[in-house]
Ligand binder design. Sequence first.
Ligand SMILES: N[C@@H](CCC[C@H](N)C(=O)O)C(=O)O
Length: 285
Amino acid sequence: MVQFAKGHGTRNDFVLLTDPDDREPLDVEQVRHLTDRRGGIGGDGVLRAVRGGHVPGWDGDPDAWFMDYRNADGSIAEMCGNGVRVFARYLVEEGLVPAGTTRIPIGTRAGLRVADLLPDGRVRVWMGRPEASGEPVRVTLGERSWPAAAVDVGNPHAVVLLDSAAQVAELDLTRAPAWEPASMFPAGVNVEFIAPAGEGRVTMRVHERGVGETESCGTGTVAAATAAATAAGRNEGTWTVTVPGGEVEVELAGGEAWLTGPAAIVARGVLEWPGGPGRPDGGAT
Ligand SMILES: N[C@@H](CCC[C@H](N)C(=O)O)C(=O)O
């Protein structure tokens, strides 16, 4: 049995668990079961709250909460921008930080992030320093291919700039994009397709590594804003990014980025693991 919560940020959705002392690390099958939308709870990923001191390789504050992020396919990713906002909301609602806390340092595999809970209900996260490599990369989807911008936001992204929102809308993202050179992203990549949508605005769809098309990707919106800013010849400013699941704001200043958007916990419950004592596996995933 496991206590869980379900949350989302612009409809990028997650199953959340608390395991302060890292007593129950998740294996790939467990993650796949949790994220299974029919046989399990359902989500694009899993966020497990562990104290940093129990995470191998974490050399920050051992008492800081660490966001152990998994993609729906069970793979590990360094960072999740929507996830970190939802994680901050979860820590507050579960009473895992002192009452009244509005600023929360959060450990991730990409390093420390800092989440501020804003009075308007949104969460603003310091996202570190996105790095646009400038190296040529090409993305292919079916018969078509485009040049893309490689942007590292702690996790890897390739951003394709299209001319119009209509071109973004017509893409078939049930297929996974390919990229060249393959050596550019040996551990896979998240691919964003973006188009200008007015001054300081872009529209975006994403195919996430380890998931497929999602309705939003926070690190992807930071990569999109970075690529759009570079293309526009200005690397400072605020970008509003519209995704199928809503809208977020990305601020770029001094080489750093901040991501602001909604974060909600929508359900809490208890999950029975398939095959647990007295339970058939029910055709488990
Ligand atoms: N949805 C996330 C990104 C999750 C990780 C990604 N799929 C990867 O493998 O890098 C976000 O909001 O940033």
